[in-house]
Design a protein around this ligand. Structure first.
Ligand SMILES: [Zn+2]
Ligand SMILES: [Zn+2]
Length: 104
């Protein structure tokens, strides 16, 4: 037990922002393009889809070629480049492929 006057807990805050390199026209599982999940008038804040209640851009199931488990996070990826980026999040990562692609 600590004898200090305060018990401190740390929180991790995740801010999600628009990625101009992701590809504006990639289609979300809701059927609408990536860039429509952000507010172009408000610094491209992640505000959710403009056309439907979908909040978070997600690849449609048939586009998920790789699943990367990096630490406690799970990334669904379409391309090998995305897998590389996802693996960078944590040294302990595990890649699998629901569509039967070769796992690097
Ligand atoms: Zn969506
Ligand atoms: Zn939508």
């Amino acid at each position: 037990m600590s004898k200090l006057p305060y018990i401190e807990t740390r929180r991790i805050v995740v801010d999600k922002a628009y990625n101009p390199e992701y590809g504006d026209d990639r289609i979300c599982e809701c059927g609408h393009p990536y860039h429509r999940h952000f507010d172009g008038y408000e610094d491209n804040k992640a505000v959710g889809c403009k056309y439907c209640p979908c909040y978070e851009f997600k690849l449609p199931k048939d586009k998920i070629n790789y699943i990367v488990k990096a630490g406690r996070r799970i990334f669904e990826c379409e391309t090998e480049d995305e897998v590389w980026d996802a693996c960078g999040y944590d040294w302990t990562h595990e890649v699998s492929s629901p569509t039967g692609k070769d796992v690097m």
